[in-house]
Design a protein around this ligand. Sequence first.
Ligand code: FAD
Ligand code: FES
Ligand code: MG
Length: 276
Amino acid sequence: MSLILENKVLAPSIHEFLMEAPEIARKAEPGQFVVLRINEKGERIPLTIADYDRGEGTVTIVFQEVGKTTGQLGQLKAGDKISNLIGPLGRPSPLIEGGTVVCIGGGLGIAPIYPIAASLKAKGNRVISIIGARNRELLIWEERMRKVSAELRITTDDGSSGRQGFVSDELRDLMDKGNKIDLVFAIGPVVMMRAVCEVTRPGKLRTLVSLNPIMVDATGMCGCCRVSVGKETKFACVDGPDFDGHKVNFEELIARQRIYLKEEKIAVERCSRRAE
Ligand code: FAD
Ligand code: FES
Ligand code: MG
C-alpha cells in the first residue's frame, strides 16, 4: 500500500500528488517513472517521477485525467492509499555536463522535464527552458521551471501567456539567433516532440525525446511498449523512455497509442454508470 500525502489541483483535471515512497525516492533519477495500481482490480499505469525528496522519502507525480484510471486517481484525497506503486523504472535520462541545453516541456510534459532541467543545471549546464500549453490556465510549474533555468520562455496556443504559438516556434527563433546549443530535450504530446525534431533535424542538433507508448508490465516482458528507433525495435520501458528523436518512428507510436481507444471509451462509460 502507498499513502497519498497531498492531492493538489494544478489546473482543471491536472493533479499533483505527493506520495510516501521512501524506497523509490532513495533510488529515483531524472527520467524514470513509476507504475501504479489503484486497487486489486485496477490496471497498471505508468507516470513519470516529476520530483523526489530522498530525505522526506516522497515522490511527486503529476497527471491529467484522461480516462478511467487517471479519473479514479483524481478522486483520491490526502490520507487515501493505493494498492501498488513500483519504481523507479526505466533508464535515467542521459545528461551532459557544462553545455547549453534547451529543455522543452509541452502541456503535461512540463512536469517530467523539470527534474531533467534541475539536474542539468546542477551539472553546470546553461539551461534554456521553453514551456508551452494550450492556454495560461493549463501552464503548470512555471515558477519551478524558472528556478532551474537561466532563461525561461513561454508559449501558449491562444497567446494568454508568453508568445502565441508553439514551443517549436520558440526553439526555431532561438536557433535562428545563432545561440550555441549542445542538446535539446523535449517532453510532451507526440506531435509536439515530432515538431521539435523537425526543427533540429536539418542542423543535426542532438535531440532527446521521452516516449510514452502503452505499457503493461514495464519490465521488458510483454512487448506492449515496442517502438521503432532507427532500424531497431526497442522497448520503451527498459531501453528508454528517452531516445534520439531523429530516429524515432513517430507515426507508428501515434498509431500504437490509439490501438485500444474503443475499449478505453467503454471502460470510462462503465465506470461512470457504476458511479450513478
Ligand atoms: P485510458 O482511457 O485508458 O487511456 C487514454 C490514453 O492514454 C490511451 O489512448 C493511451 O494512449 C494512453 N494509455 C492508456 N493506458 C496506458 C498505459 N498502460 N500506458 C501508457 N499509456 C496508456 N501521463 C500523465 O498524465 N503524467 C505523467 O507523468 C505520465 N508519464 C508517463 C510516463 C510513461 C513512461 C508513459 C509510458 C506514460 C506516461 N503518461 C503520463 C501517460 C499515462 O500513463 C496515461 O495517460 C494513462 O495510462 C491513461 O490511463 P487512463 O486509464 O486514465 O486512460
Ligand atoms: Fe511490457 Fe515494456 S511494457 S515490455
Ligand atoms: Mg486505462
